[in-house]
Design a protein around this ligand. Structure first.
Ligand SMILES: [Zn+2]
Ligand SMILES: [Zn+2]
Ligand SMILES: [Zn+2]
Length: 169
């Protein structure tokens, strides 16, 4: 199919489907996706055809949609990572998801975050990173309490303290 605007011969799926012409039928736009996007951009419109939000390159609706889908993806990745690494705190067995975090067993969390940034993955979260790296070894699930205490006194000492207090066996 040839785009009326850029005259390129492109595969049919590159032409957006349009509906709502009144006859109830869908038809393909005669202008390819890329040209369609450029036209909207130069007309000051979002890719969806709505007016742009102030100072943004998308409309409010698309911005909101993107935000919710990013948040949903983040939660999915987080859940999957927690599940993969045991689903409960490796030290005290806390299993309420809201309390759980992913911990770097060797305390190289700061180093790891630097690496992520170095690779220009800013904004990538640990859950997504773990998924993309097929859940490597060296990570465990800890609750926020154990995570915090481990950071202060180390895992061994924390286990000793918890045992002494009768919190773990
Ligand atoms: Zn085109
Ligand atoms: Zn939009
Ligand atoms: Zn714990």
């Amino acid at each position: 199919m040839i785009c009326e605007q850029c005259l390129q011969d492109l595969p049919v799926p590159n032409f957006p489907l349009k509906t709502g012409t009144g006859d109830g039928h869908e038809y393909r736009s005669k202008i390819c996706r890329k040209c369609d996007r450029n036209n909207k951009k130069s007309a000051g419109l979002c890719v969806c055809g709505l007016k742009l939000a102030d100072g943004k390159t998308s409309c409010l609706r698309c911005l909101q949609q993107r935000k919710t889908s990013v948040a949903r993806k983040y939660q999915q990745d987080r859940k999957a990572a927690l599940k993969h690494y045991g689903g409960k705190c490796a030290i005290c067995d806390e299993d309420l998801e809201i309390f759980l975090t992913i911990d770097h067993i060797n305390n190289d969390g700061a180093e790891h975050r630097r690496q992520l940034r170095g690779k220009n993955c800013s904004g990538i979260n640990i859950g997504a990173w773990l998924r993309l790296h097929n859940y490597p070894q060296g990570f465990q699930v800890l609750c926020v309490n154990c995570n915090h205490a481990k950071g202060r006194i180390g895992e061994q000492e924390l286990r000793r303290v918890l045992k002494e207090a009768g919190r773990i066996i």
